[in-house]
Design a protein around this ligand. Sequence first.
Ligand code: SF4
Length: 268
Amino acid sequence: MVFSCALKNIKGVVQDIVHYVMHTTDLAAAMMDLGSVIQPDFTIVDMIKPMEGYGPHSGTAADVGCIVAGKDMVAIDATACRIVGLSLEDVPYFDAALEKGLGVFDEKLIEIRGNSIKEVAKKLFLPYLDGFDAFPEYTFHVDRGCSSCQGLAAFTMSKLKSLNEYTKNAGMHIAIGKVRGIPENIKEGNELLLFGDCTKSLKKRLEKEGRTALYCEGCPPAEPFPAWMMIQRMTAEEIVLSEGEALRSRMEEEDKLFGQWVAEQQKS
Ligand code: SF4
């Protein structure tokens, strides 16, 4: 969704199972269905230190230092986007809100009291705007894969870059969601990572044909296993067995490297 604010916050009111189903359908439309029946009297957005960068898995706190509040969730989200330098066109749910007839986006129709947008504006670091297009060295096969797996897959690509493993593993294929059939151009064996529980049926179909793939289970898989499986071309179980006690220190070391890499990206 690129951006989580007032409208996405409403997703917190539904039961876990509904939350899960929302992620596997059209999330933006589902959010607007909720937003049309659950309309808070007042919403307060804490933008003192919002998350930027590689969230939700590994975001960093930015200094924006303001609070946005109001009655119209769409107007709040549109204003928050304008404050952080994010074009409304880059956030898929604004179109869905327009379709549903929810709220006001037009800046001229939004009354801002207190500091103006210009006075508090602070551009955030938004590395995910290009989606998988940012990783042309890899092939992604996505069919109804929800935002959790897609977000984690994008994070995994960034993680590989931070560990200097991105180029070494270029050419791999990644399947996400309910990929039906087996695309002719899909690779197999250690060159194919099946990402998440939804790909289990693809795994079975491949096995029926005597083919194999790396399968990273979980809904979504647990980070950092997708990256480790791509680097080592081993199953998660094999990695756990081979690392043993060293698993925790490896994670800490990689987190440190990732933090340094992110800091360099932000500077450039
Ligand atoms: S396995 Fe991934 S794509 Fe499938 S429902 Fe879970 S998080 Fe979504």
